[in-house]
Design a protein around this ligand. Structure first.
Ligand code: SF4
Ligand code: F3S
Ligand code: FES
Length: 254
């Protein structure tokens, strides 16, 4: 229960390069990795750059890699590590470093903008919307996303493959496409937007080979692969290989 000194190894540097620096930092009962990083700033490394806001696992800002695993620093308890263990903190590997633990995540905002937004059905006023609880529940799971981009960072399609970034939106935004495609009120098709086709052609759904690494790191426990990516793949395949299914759907909807 008493305080102890932990061995921390923290990446310092900027876009031109950098390296790991060693520190001994005090740890107290109940603390999380972000507490230790703050103590490091307060006592030994005042210019250490780190991004955070809520310290409650809700803002998605404090994403980093702890011993090589993408995690939220504020939700990683020190008690999960041995007292003798060296704890290595590095910035998210899939995104360019700004300084120290801060990365430039604008790739994700660019991908977000590429997904056409919800298209409300024509002629329905806000009070006229009716949805089944099942459909509401599905959206609600996806809406728990805090945009920490840990899933985006861990997915092997872009993690060490800068060249795939142009063609692949990543699990977080393929999940957004899935949410909208499964939304019973979305009228994108009537507006000429085929979400299944764009998932394949514009957002790179075919690059995902269901490794589920995204699901494993999601701090909100969203079943990204099982509940969003696989269903979207199934829907896209129906659409791609069976034009009659698509035509049938269109006719039935009228
Ligand atoms: Fe983070 Fe999960 Fe959202 Fe991905 S889906 S950005 S891991 S909260
Ligand atoms: Fe990547 Fe997740 Fe698919 S980690 S490969 S998006 S299942
Ligand atoms: Fe907000 Fe960690 S500081 S999620």
């Amino acid at each position: 229960t008493s305080a102890y000194l932990a061995h921390f190894r923290v990446w310092r540097g900027d876009e031109d390069g950098g390296g790991l620096e060693d520190f001994k930092v005090e740890v107290n009962e109940g603390e999380v990795v972000l507490d230790i990083v703050h103590r490091l700033q307060a006592t030994q490394a005042p210019d250490l750059a780190v991004r955070w806001n809520c310290k409650a696992g809700k803002c998605g800002s404090c994403s980093a890699e702890i011993n090589g695993r993408p995690r939220l620093m504020c939700m990683t308890r020190m008690s999960v590590f041995g007292r003798d263990e060296t704890i290595t903190i590095t910035p998210l590997r899939a995104f360019p470093v700004v300084r120290d633990l801060v990365t430039d995540v604008s790739f994700n905002y660019a991908k977000a903008r590429e997904v056409p937004s919800f298209v409300p059905p024509q002629g329905l006023g806000p009070g006229d919307y009716r949805m089944q609880q099942e459909d509401v529940g599905r959206s609600q799971e996806f809406r728990k996303c805090i945009e920490c981009f840990l899933c985006q960072d861990t997915c092997h399609v872009v993690r060490d493959h800068e060249e795939n970034k142009g063609a692949f939106a990543g699990p977080r935004f393929l999940m957004r496409v899935a949410e909208l495609d499964m939304h019973p009120l979305d009228a994108a098709a009537e507006a000429g937007i085929d979400r299944k086709r764009t998932a394949q052609d514009d957002h790179g759904l075919g690059y995902c080979n269901i490794t589920k690494c995204c699901t494993e790191v999601c701090p909100e426990g969203i079943k990204i692969t099982d509940n969003a990516l696989i269903p979207l793949k199934e829907r896209a395949v129906d659409r791609k290989y069976d034009p009659l299914v698509w035509l049938g759907n269109k006719i039935l909807r009228r």
